[in-house]
Design a protein around this ligand. Structure first.
Ligand code: SIN
Ligand code: FE2
Length: 194
């Protein structure tokens, strides 16, 4: 479900928190298990954070770049993700991980499933800020041709239940400048990982 403009009123304070998080656990380009540098830059907040390196994908309590815990999840984030999940039909969502992705022009995310979480009964809640992007939402196999949805700043996507393991991704970001974020798109994905 796409909740158009669901986070619009809170977009500026959310972005303020993103900057504070990145001041502690900086954005970095992670390396895939296959040895490729991801085009999007990532950081996390919450009890656990998602990482990728040569050893694989996983959630960790410690940021490997800083050697410390990931920054705590701001209550604005937990409350917003809980409200969005409820609006999407998943009441009682309590996320413990927020992956923060930064897309600069040209950056993309190839089709993948979010499957490093312990229990797929919990949905994924995704918040878009800044430059618009084309979200790709496919099927249960990589082969299915994805549908394309334009996501604007403040839009929130919720997928769960039978759609929880849907292949999804983001088309290469087009050039532009956002009043809020400058020349990039920020995406927050909230998960209940552990
Ligand atoms: C993700 O799949 O983790 C991010 C999706 C997005 O940037 O919209
Ligand atoms: Fe994903």
């Amino acid at each position: 479900m796409i909740l158009r403009g669901f986070a619009l009123l809170e977009a500026a304070p959310i972005f303020g928190h993103v900057n504070k998080i990145a001041a502690v656990s900086p954005f970095r380009h992670m390396i895939t298990p296959g040895g490729f540098r991801m085009s999007i830059a990532m950081t996390n907040c919450g009890k656990v954070g998602w990482i990728s390196d040569r050893k694989g994908y996983r959630y960790t309590e410690i940021d490997p770049e800083t050697g410390s815990h990931w920054p705590a999840m701001p209550s604005l984030f937990s409350q917003l993700s809980e409200r969005a999940a409820t609006a999407g039909g998943f009441a009682g969502f309590a996320s413990d991980a927020c992956l923060v992705n930064r897309y600069e022009p040209g950056a993309r995310l190839t089709l993948h499933q979010d499957k490093d979480e312990a229990d797929f009964r919990h949905p994924i809640v995704s918040v878009s800020l800044g430059l618009p992007a084309t979200f790709l939402f496919g099927g249960n196999t990589r082969k299915e041709r994805p549908r394309r949805y334009r996501l604007e700043s403040g839009d929130v996507v919720v997928w769960g239940g039978p759609a929880r393991l849907t292949y999804h991704g983001v088309a290469p970001l087009k050039d532009g400048v956002s009043d809020l974020t400058g020349a990039c798109r920020i995406n927050l994905t909230f998960r209940k990982a552990s």
